[in-house]
Design a binder for this molecule. Structure first.
Ligand code: EPS
Length: 397
C-alpha cells in the first residue's frame, strides 16, 4: 500500500474545505509562503468569475504540525470559504436543469434526487483549492531532495506557445509565466488568449486549453513496472484525469507517438561521466519524447505531462437540457462561474503531479523522518553510481 495519501472534503459554498494528508515523514518544514502563494495563484488567471474576488485562500494547519514542521501524525489543513451559504435556500437555490458537461445529471440520478446542487457542491472546482494545498506540501518534500516542479499554460483555445522548457532555462521561463495573466510564458500568446476570453464573455461562452507540468531532478527508478498499480505514469494520469474538467492526459510526445516510427520516437541513451553526480547519474538523452518515464519508472529525464481541460460547462447563455422535475425541454441553469480557468488548472495540475512523484519517492526511499528519507535517497544514488556491483570480470559483456 502506498504510504503517502491525501483526501479532500468540503462543499463549494460550505464553511470550509479540508485536506488530510497521511504518510508524511516527521520533520518536513512547511513553506507557508509557497503554500499560500500557490493557493493564491490558483485563484488567479484571466477569465475567472466573481467568486475569486470574494475569497482569499489561505491554509490553516490544524493537525500533525508542530512549530512549522510535520510530526509524522496525519496532517489536516483547512481553506475556509468566505462565501459560505450552503443552507441559505434563497442565495443557494436548488438546481433542476442540469448543465451538459457538468456532473449535474449523472450525480442527480446516482443519488436519487432532482436537485443537482447536492452533486455540484462537491463536483465544483472549488475542491481543487484543497488538492492544491496537498500537492504543494508534496512539493515542499520534493525540494528537500532537489526535485523542482514547474507548471504553465501551453494553449488556450487554438492559440499555443511553442516555448521550449529545459532544465537549464525553466527558471527564466517561469519568470515569463509569472508576468502573464494567463500563466503562459509568451507575451504574444497571452494577449491573444485574453482577446479569446474577452470574446467568449461577450458570446456568453467558455474556453478550455492545455496545461503542462515539468518535474526536474527526479532520479531514475521511481515508480515500478512490477505491479501496474505502481507505474508512475499511470499514477500521474489518474491524478490529472481526476482534476475537474480534464479530458485527456499525455506523457511526453503523447498521442503524437502513434504517427511516428520507433526510430523517431525513442530517446537514444548516452553516458556522460561529467554528469555522474547529477540526478540522471550521467545517463543522458538528446530528446525526451518519453516524457521522463519508461516502463512506468522515472528514467532520469524531466517528467513532462500535458493535460487537456475542456471548456467550463456553465455557460451564461445555457445549453439545451431538461427540467428534471417536469421532464420538459429547458435551457441549463446558470450558476455564477468562470469563462476560462485553464490558468488556475495549471497550478492544480502541477500540484497533483508533484503529489504522485512524492508518493513514489517515499515508496522507494521510505523513512519515518525527513532525515531518514534524505539519507536513504542519498545512499541509493551512491550505490547506483558505483554499478556494476559485481567485479568487472564477472560481468558478461
Ligand atoms: C465553479 C463555479 C464557480 C467558480 C468555482 C468553480 O464558483 P461559484 O459558483 O461560487 O461562483 O468560481 O471555482 C472556485 C470557487 C474556485 O475556488 O476555483 C464550478 O461550478 O465548478
Amino acid at each position: 500500500m502506498p504510504k503517502l495519501e491525501y483526501q479532500t472534503a468540503g462543499e463549494s459554498h460550505g464553511p470550509t474545505l479540508v485536506c488530510t494528508i497521511t504518510g508524511l515523514p516527521a520533520g518536513l518544514t512547511l513553506d507557508m509562503q509557497r503554500i499560500n502563494g500557490e493557493l493564491s495563484r490558483r485563484q488567479g488567471g484571466y477569465g475567472r468569475g466573481g467568486r475569486m474576488r470574494i475569497e482569499t485562500d489561505t491554509a490553516e494547519f490544524v493537525t500533525g504540525v508542530r512549530l512549522g514542521k510535520t510530526t509524522g501524525a496525519p496532517v489536516t489543513a483547512l481553506v475556509k470559504n468566505k462565501d459560505s451559504r450552503l443552507d441559505d435556500l434563497v442565495r443557494t437555490p436548488p438546481v433542476y436543469r442540469p448543465r451538459p458537461g457538468h456532473a449535474d445529471l449523472a450525480g442527480s440520478i446516482k443519488w436519487l434526487t432532482t436537485d443537482c446542487r447536492e452533486t455540484l457542491e462537491r463536483a465544483s472546482a472549488r475542491e481543487t483549492a484543497a488538492r492544491t494545498l496537498g500537492g504543494v506540501v508534496a512539493q515542499c518534500l520534493l525540494r528537500e531532495i532537489g526535485i523542482e516542479t514547474f507548471g504553465f499554460v501551453r494553449q488556450i483555445l487554438d492559440v499555443r506557445t511553442d516555448v521550449e522548457v529545459t532544465p537549464d532555462n525553466w527558471n527564466k521561463v517561469r519568470a515569463a509565466r509569472n508576468e502573464s495573466e494567463t500563466y503562459c510564458p509568451d507575451e504574444k500568446a497571452t494577449e491573444q488568449h485574453k482577446a479569446i476570453i474577452r470574446q467568449a464573455k461577450i458570446d456568453k461562452d467558455t474556453i478550455g486549453g492545455l496545461c503542462e507540468t515539468h518535474i526536474f531532478g527526479v532520479p531514475p527508478g521511481i515508480g515500478s513496472c512490477m505491479d501496474w498499480r505502481d507505474k508512475l505514469d499511470a499514477r500521474i494520469a489518474y491524478a490529472v484525469m481526476g482534476i475537474q474538467a480534464f479530458k485527456a492526459v499525455e506523457m511526453g510526445l503523447g498521442r503524437e507517438c502513434a504517427s511516428r516510427r520507433g526510430s523517431d520516437v525513442h530517446d537514444p541513451i548516452y553516458y556522460d561521466i561529467t554528469k555522474k553526480h547529477e540526478s540522471s547519474l550521467g545517463f543522458v538523452r538528446t530528446s525526451n519524447n518519453a516524457g521522463g518515464t519508461e516502463g512506468g519508472m522515472s528514467n532520469g529525464m524531466p517528467i513532462v505531462v500535458t493535460g487537456t481541460m475542456k471548456p467550463i460547462s456553465t455557460l451564461l447563455r445555457g445549453l439545451p437540457s431538461v427540467d428534471l422535475n417536469t421532464k420538459q425541454p429547458e435551457d441549463s441553469q446558470y450558476e455564477r462561474s468562470d469563462i476560462c480557468a485553464v490558468s488556475a488548472a495549471s497550478v492544480v495540475m502541477e500540484a497533483v503531479v508533484a503529489f504522485e512523484v512524492a508518493r513514489a519517492a517515499l515508496d522507494k526511499f521510505g523513512g519515518d523522518s525527513m532525515l531518514e528519507f534524505k539519507d536513504n535517497y542519498e545512499r541509493f544514488l551512491e550505490t547506483a553510481r558505483i554499478l556494476p556491483l559485481d567485479p568487472p570480470e564477472n560481468v558478461i559483456a
